[in-house]
Design a protein around this ligand. Structure first.
Ligand SMILES: [Zn+2]
Length: 268
């Protein structure tokens, strides 16, 4: 565990431990020095009557608030819980600080890289099971190492990474707090049992990574941050990060050739 994480509030420690496993390997597959940061998570832009709130303003007392703050979008005229399900989150479109998705439920041990501590929206759990069970039949054993992350946890990750890597690098790796797909409770990071460093771009070249890239969409999951699409997504390639959008929309995404955030912006 890196020193920076020792300062995290107790409530965040167990989750932060998950993050310490996220040291990212760079292009050549060389493990980077234990990145704490988590993958980014874009959300769809809410069209029309979106209003800005102050919730994305820098948090008092935190030294490393994201530069992209100030862009939380609150949909109006729609049920709050599900209005965000297909939100096109990116560095400028985000969620209210207090947003917690409905129906969070623990991910069963059989699907989890860790013994406990991972939650997901209950209405997405069946989608997770469908994906993992299908992969198993294809000879690939998948586990999740992160699904739901709170605003505060994302802030802790962001702040830690800014201290360790600087703001510019952190902006490539992490979604600012309030802008992570993980806050939706519908995005998960995937790996396999026994993987030493789950946050590794080389995972995309493993049998599991290739299986996910080729077929996760058939089960409702979209790869949020493909290789070579940084200009669109705003984030580095993350072969482990998928967001559940439902089988029909995932097929449409796959057939479109668009990045996920491009597709979701177009739904508005
Ligand atoms: Zn992720």
């Amino acid at each position: 565990m890196r020193t920076a994480l020792r300062a995290l509030p107790i409530a965040l420690v167990s989750a932060a431990l998950l993050l310490t496993a996220c040291g990212k390997s760079r292009a050549a597959g060389t493990p980077s020095p234990g990145r704490t940061g988590l993958p980014a998570t874009p959300t769809p832009t809410i069209s029309g009557t979106a209003t800005r709130t102050a919730s994305a303003s820098p948090v008092p007392g935190r030294s490393a608030t994201p530069a992209a703050s100030g862009a939380t979008v609150v949909p109006s005229g729609r049920a709050a819980d599900n209005a965000y399900f297909l939100a096109p989150l990116d560095k400028t479109v985000g969620l209210p600080q207090g947003f917690v998705p409905p129906g969070l439920t623990p991910v069963p041990r059989a699907y989890s890289y860790y013994s406990s501590g991972i939650s997901i929206r209950s209405d997405v759990l069946s989608g997770l099971k469908g994906l993992v069970d299908a992969a198993q039949k294809g000879g690939v054993t998948l586990l999740v190492f992160s699904c739901y992350r709170s605003y505060d946890l994302q802030l802790a990750i962001w702040s830690s990474d800014v201290k360790q890597y600087g703001l510019a690098k952190t902006e490539q790796m992490d979604a600012p707090p309030g802008h992570s797909e993980h806050q939706l409770g519908t995005a998960c990071d995937f790996t396999n049992a026994g993987t030493k460093n789950p946050v590794d771009q080389g995972w995309g070249e493993t049998a599991a990574g290739r299986w996910m890239a080729a077929g996760a969409w058939k089960y409702g999951w979209a790869l949020s941050y493909p290789r070579g699409e940084e200009a669109s997504t705003g984030y580095e390639y993350e072969p482990w990060h998928f967001r559940y959008i439902g089988v029909d929309l995932a097929r449409r995404w796959h057939d479109s050739g668009l990045t996920l955030v491009q597709l979701l912006r177009g739904l508005g």
